[in-house]
Design a protein around this ligand. Structure first.
Ligand code: GLU
Length: 295
C-alpha cells in the first residue's frame, strides 16, 4: 500500500462556508487518523469563476481552525502544461477527441434521436464527433472530450457504500478541455490527484456523482484509483445544499472551536476540548475509531 496522502481542494470562488469546513475537517482527520500527509490544492482552474484573494482567505480560515497543510499549496492555474500533456496523450492513444458541437448542435442531435432529457440540466453528449462517426466533418474542434468506455462502472464509497454509474448512458463523452480554452475540472483533478500521489479523496457528497467519470479518466491515463469517502452536506434554509451560489455566509473563524464543533456535528462526532489543538487531537481519535485503519 502506498503511504496515505489526502487533500482538500477548494475552488477559490469565495471564502469557506460552514459546508466547506465539513469536507476540509473530514479530509484532515482522515489523513491524521491514518498517519498520512494532508495537502491543500487551490482549484483555480476555472479562472473566470475565481475571486481574487479568496485563496488567501481560505488558507487563513483553515489555519485559524488548526488545519495547516503539510506542504505549500499548489495552484491549478499554474499547471496547464501538465493538463495539456495528459490531454495530448489521450488524443494520441485515441481515448479523447476534438468536438465541434455547440450546445445548440447537441440539443438538435438529441432531439433528432428522441433523447432530449437533460440530466441535472446537463446534456448527455450523443457522440456526434466520435472518430468512428466521422469526427469533426471538416469543422474546427471547439472542445476535447474523453471517449468513455461502455458499461456500468462500479466503485465503493467508504460512507455511502457500493455505487454504480453507466457513464456513457448517463453523462456521455465528457469535456476535458472546454470551448473557451480552459481545462475542465475533471481532467485537472484527476491529473493532480495522480501526480500528487493522493490515495484518499475525502470531499462533499455533492461531488460523488463525478467519481465514476474520474475513475474512467484515471484508467485511461494509467493512474491508480484512490479510495473515496463523501461527507454529508450542510443544507441551507431552503433545504438545498449550502453553497456560495445560494448565498452561504462566509465561515466565521473568530471562534474556531465553535466552527469546528458545528462541522464535527455534521460528521456525527461529539468532541470535547478547550483549545483547538486538544480538540483536534480528540477528534482525530474519534475519527480513527470509526474510519481509521483499524488495529
Ligand atoms: N474544487 C472542487 C470544489 O471546490 C472540489 C474538488 C474535489 O474535491 O475533488 O467543489
Amino acid at each position: 500500500m502506498p503511504p496515505y496522502v489526502g487533500r482538500f481542494a477548494p475552488s477559490p470562488t469565495g471564502p469557506l462556508h460552514a459546508g466547506s469546513l465539513v469536507a476540509a475537517l473530514a479530509s484532515w482527520l482522515d489523513a491524521r487518523a491514518h498517519g498520512g500527509r494532508w495537502l491543500v490544492r487551490i482549484e483555480d482552474v476555472d479562472v473566470p469563476r475565481c475571486v481574487e484573494g479568496a485563496d488567501g482567505t481560505i488558507l487563513q480560515q483553515l489555519a485559524d481552525c488548526g488545519l495547516t497543510p503539510d506542504e505549500a499549496p499548489i495552484y491549478q492555474s499554474r499547471r496547464s502544461a501538465l493538463y495539456q500533456r495528459a490531454l495530448d496523450m489521450l488524443v494520441e492513444y485515441r481515448q479523447a477527441y476534438g468536438c465541434a458541437c455547440s450546445r445548440k448542435d447537441i440539443e438538435a442531435e438529441l432531439q433528432r434521436l428522441g433523447r432530449d432529457k437533460p440530466r441535472h440540466g446537463e446534456l448527455v453528449y450523443p457522440g456526434t464527433c466520435r472518430p468512428e462517426r466521422g469526427g469533426l466533418h471538416g469543422k474546427p474542434a471547439r472542445a476535447w472530450r474523453l471517449q468513455v468506455v461502455p458499461g456500468t462502472l462500479l466503485w465503493n464509497d467508504r460512507r455511502l457504500g457500493p455505487q454504480a454509474q453507466d457513464v456513457e448512458a448517463e453523462v456521455g463523452d465528457f469535456v476535458l478541455r472546454r470551448a473557451d480554452g480552459w481545462f475542465a475540472y475533471q481532467l485537472a483533478v484527476v491529473v493532480d490527484d495522480g501526480v500528487q500521489g493522493v490515495t484518499d479523496v475525502v470531499r462533499g457528497e455533492d461531488l460523488a456523482d463525478n467519481t465514476a467519470r474520474q475513475i474512467l479518466l484515471q484508467a485511461a491515463l494509467g493512474l491508480p484509483r484512490p479510495r473515496y469517502l463523501h461527507t454529508p452536506l450542510v443544507l441551507g434554509p431552503n433545504g438545498e445544499k449550502l453553497s456560495k451560489q445560494n448565498g452561504a455566509q462566509a465561515l466565521d473563524t473568530a471562534n474556531p472551536l465553535a466552527a469546528l464543533r458545528a462541522a464535527a456535528a455534521v460528521l456525527g462526532l461529539q468532541v470535547q476540548g478547550e483549545t483547538v489543538g486538544d480538540w483536534l487531537a480528540a477528534a482525530t481519535q474519534q475519527w480513527a475509531g470509526r474510519w481509521g485503519p483499524g488495529p
